[in-house]
Design a protein around this ligand. Structure first.
Ligand code: F6R
Length: 331
């Protein structure tokens, strides 16, 4: 079945992390004090994860994520804009590169081809060239790991190589366990609307889970973060309007107060009859915890697709939307 090969590809996440290790080592940027990752969808997720990881590793440079046609108004010649588009044909990202050029920003392109690759060649901008033929959201290891090399070469973050190697080893060692956990969670999610909660610092991870449920399992799913959700979303449990299932992601390094909030929230929603699962992310390194949380979510979404008879790979509705929009003149 077509879906089995895509599921196998998603299961090979640790292998892809390893393949991606050698990419990006030839790119080095200097003279910037802010970094903006620009992209959308599965490509932008890499930017979110880079922002989370790098912000924990350094305070000397600031990291931002932008998912739009333009770049933030602070972008200037001391800003590095990293344009990430797996296909290289996404109009928002192509437009953001033009906007970054107008502001004289430094630019690095991360792509497997398309117009963005042509743009990079014409403008002589450094490129991290990715292997072709993967769904953008499944290419996350290739979108993420090489940028760690670029950011390290450029002196923005400490050498990540030992953390990367240890992460690959841990993920490989845990693969059977992750698959079993993801499978059992997927079974509980059949017919449910997943709500994914995490601490604010891991918002990008919760969002990745949401988008993987959207694109792989083809269902609605929503994410929110602590502490903010205790000030609004919690009230929604008063008058339940769908069949929800809550997934709480907890990182060892989350503050005690945040963990206390999660514990109390789980208790309250349990009393309202909403089932939940808490996933405590373990691992010595932050990178390991970050990527294992992503990997378990990816696995859960494809196993859920299989259980509900859905092919997780194609995103026909996105492709059709892009085609229809492409017929509307871009002014
Ligand atoms: C498809 C996917 C989408 C794309 C998005 C942008 O697998 O994940 O969310 O990532 O439509 O396309 P790219 O990533 O090619 O810029």
């Amino acid at each position: 079945m077509a879906s089995d090969s895509y599921i196998a590809l998603v299961e090979r996440f640790p292998e892809h992390l390893s393949d991606a290790k050698s990419l990006g080592s030839d790119v080095k940027i200097s003279g910037v004090d802010k970094i903006v990752f620009t992209g959308v969808g599965g490509s932008a997720i890499a930017g979110s994860l880079l922002q989370i990881y790098c912000s924990e590793k350094t305070q000397t440079v600031q990291f931002f994520v932008s998912r739009n046609y333009d770049v933030p108004s602070f972008v200037d010649k001391s800003t590095l804009v990293v344009a990430i588009s797996y296909s290289g044909n996404t109009e928002e990202t192509l437009s953001a590169v033009k906007a970054a050029m107008k502001r004289s920003a430094r630019i690095v392109i991360v792509t497997s081809g398309g117009k963005l690759m042509q743009q990079a060649e014409q403008l002589k901008k450094p490129v991290v060239a990715l292997p072709e033929g993967i769904q953008p959201r499944a290419a996350l290891p290739y979108l993420f790991i090489p940028m760690l090399n670029v950011l390290h070469n450029s002196g923005f973050i400490p050498d990540p190589s030992s953390e990367v190697s240890s992460t690959i080893t841990s993920l490989q060692a845990a693969s059977t366990n992750y698959r079993e956990r993801a499978n059992s969670l997927a079974q509980k999610l059949v017919g449910k609307v997943p709500l994914i909660y995490a601490s604010d610092r891991l918002a990008g991870v919760a969002y990745r889970w949401k988008t993987q449920f959207n694109e792989n399992a083809k269902i609605h799913a929503f994410s929110h973060v602590f502490p903010e959700l205790n000030h609004n979303e919690l009230v929604g449990y008063t008058k339940l309007n769908a069949n929800y299932y809550v997934i709480m992601l907890e990182d060892a390094a989350d503050s005690r107060r945040i963990k206390e909030r999660a514990r109390l929230t789980k208790e309250i929603i349990g009393r309202k009859g909403v089932p939940s699962t808490q996933i405590v992310i373990k691992g010595e390194h932050f990178l390991t915890r970050l990527l294992s949380a992503v990997h378990i979510g990816d696995l859960t979404s494809v196993y859920l697709a299989k259980l509900t008879g859905v092919d997780p790979e194609p995103v026909t509705i996105i492709e059709d939307f892009k085609k229809q929009l492409g017929r509307v003149p871009f002014v």
